[in-house]
Design a protein around this ligand. Structure first.
Ligand SMILES: Nc1ncnc2c1ncn2[C@@H]1O[C@H](COP(=O)(O)OP(=O)(O)OP(=O)(O)O)[C@@H](O)[C@H]1O
Ligand SMILES: [Mg+2]
Length: 482
């Protein structure tokens, strides 16, 4: 084992200071031999170079020989722990001794303590532990049962990482529904260009055309998609109120039911237009509001005599993309509300397989301030979905702007570079076990490195995201040719 330093000063149970004799980087794993428990895994959280080259010497010894400067590399390490005979990760209950040697942790110890194992049937391979050749796999059952958030500033690599995750879920035949506001995920159908990095990660390029289907409320804008419509007749009046953006159920449910009865009495195949006509013939403020909102719903063309069937929309082992590119934001909210509530109700009755519902740009669909039509159902899924095998994945570039209750229900967080102080604060508040050192590191993560918390791991870890097997669809638009 490579000796990298020695412990000095006061030694705590959770962290200690060390004098480094070899260059070790922030985030690297080190080990200390404990008398009682053998090798204990620790991680360098912070580094500092201390020197006798003070301000007075700096002012007088310009150009002085650097060799004359006495300096030390000091580190702060956090104790992660050891695995006991029962396989539980524990921390020593007696501090290490000052003077103890600190070693560079070897990969078998890191893998054992962090729990990095190849799990062919339950693991989603997302990348390699940073600076190591150890596979990081997320437990698929945990992902679906306990929700996921993907957080990073714009261009931080969220969609790329999510693409990796979806590829893994498709390989494991997990059903996914992806709310895709920018129409980025259709590229999952096509294999990625061969990339020299794929070898190191052991990734074979592959397209998923057979497992991807795409729907859109507007197929003229999105010609690769099949039309998405909802059946008016099968729309519960309460859901219809949601579509109409009316939250005051008490005031409007009764009058709406009357309009539905009036329209149904005229024709079994009544349309939204028939409801508008029925509202026009009804007196009162409630009918007037209903008419206005129904006219708006009529324009969206989302409700027709026959809707897209649930069995078409959700197919076992398939990813269904709901492409909302070019759709007005309020209509997007209606679509998300309807799909999310249909999925939730049918999952409760076990009419559809357990599934993973991905919401891209989740700060728009479940905002912390203001409301979105779909906010309530997304909050319900976040708090109760796990009981019914409906996993939520919230992807956002604004952690501070997404509903806090949704964020805090996500037990697996995939965090890429975040620099906005408000977003960092929201992340630090919603995640247990995130140290100050990690919060600082999040600000300078290179593209392609994620901090993973949860997902079957008891301690946060940094992961180099593996290259995509399929093509990434979120490339930036070139403004001028290179
Ligand atoms: N792991 C990675 N390896 C290589 N390139 C990556 C990786 N992650 C992201 N990139 C590149 O970085 C760019 C931005 O990634 P991506 O589209 O995923 O960002 P984003 O966080 O989804 O941004 P936005 O908020 O704008 O949607 C892309 O061009 C992508 O190719
Ligand atoms: Mg994106």
């Amino acid at each position: 084992m490579e000796d990298v330093g020695r412990i000095f000063g006061d030694v705590g149970l959770g962290q200690f200071h060390l004098l480094l004799t070899r260059p070790v980087e922030r985030g690297d794993y080190v080990a200390v031999d404990d008398e009682l428990h053998g090798s204990v895994l620790c991680q360098l959280d912070d580094l500092k170079r201390k020197s006798d080259f003070d301000i007075d010497r700096a002012a007088t010894t310009e150009g002085a020989d650097p060799a004359a400067i006495h300096q030390n590399l000091l580190g702060v390490a956090r104790v992660i722990g050891y695995r006991d005979a029962g396989g539980i990760v524990k921390c020593p209950t007696i501090p290490f001794r000052p003077g103890a040697h600190v070693y560079r942790a070897e990969e078998p110890l890191i893998a054992e303590v962090l729990g990095l194992k190849h799990r062919p049937s339950t693991g989603a391979y997302v990348g390699l532990l940073r600076n190591h050749a150890l596979r990081v796999e997320l437990d698929i059952n945990q992902l679906v049962q306990r929700h996921v958030s993907v957080l990073a500033k714009t261009g931080g690599g969220k969609s790329y990482l999510l693409g990796v995750l979806i590829e893994e879920l498709l390989r494991h035949k997990v059903t996914c529904v992806i709310i895709d506001p920018h129409g980025e995920y259709g590229s999952l159908r096509h294999p990625a260009e061969k990339n020299p990095a794929t070898g190191r990660f052991g990734v074979e390029v592959q397209g998923f055309a057979r497992q991807v289907q795409e729907y859109s409320p507007d197929v003229s804008l999105n010609p690769s998609a099949k039309p998405l419509t909802f059946s008016l007749r099968h729309t519960d009046p309460r859901d219809l109120l949601v579509f109409m953006g009316l939250t005051n159920v008490k005031s409007y449910l009764g009058p709406l039911k009357q309009l539905l009865e009036a329209a149904a009495a005229q024709s079994a195949d009544y349309s939204v237009h028939d409801l508008v006509r029925a509202a026009e013939l009804t007196e009162g403020a409630a009918a007037e509001t209903l008419r206005e909102r129904l006219e708006y719903v009529e324009q969206t063309k989302l409700l027709g005599p026959v809707g897209t069937s649930l069995n078409e929309l959700v197919q076992r082992g398939q990813a269904t993309l709901v492409n909302l590119r070019g759709i007005a934001p309020d209509v997007q909210e209606l679509v998300v509300a309807r799909i999310a509530s249909t999925l939730f109700e049918n999952r409760k009755k076990e009419k559809i397989p357990p599934l993973f519902l991905v919401i891209e740009e989740a700060h728009n669909f479940a905002p912390q301030q203001g409301t979105a039509t779909c906010s309530r159902i997304l909050k319900n899924i976040a708090s109760e979905g796990r009981k019914f095998g409906l996993g939520l994945c919230a992807v956002t570039q604004r952690a501070a702007r997404i509903d806090k209750s949704v964020l805090s229900q996500c037990n697996t967080q995939l965090i890429l570079q975040v620099t906005n102080p408000l977003d960092l604060k929201a992340i630090a508040q919603s995640i247990e076990g995130l140290t100050d050192g990690m919060t600082q590191m999040i600000q300078s993560l290179p593209v392609g490195v994620a901090l993973i918390t949860g997902g079957g791991y008891h301690t946060p870890l940094f992961c180099e995201v593996r290259p995509r097997a399929s093509r990434h669809g979120g490339e930036s638009v070139q403004v001028v040719a290179a």
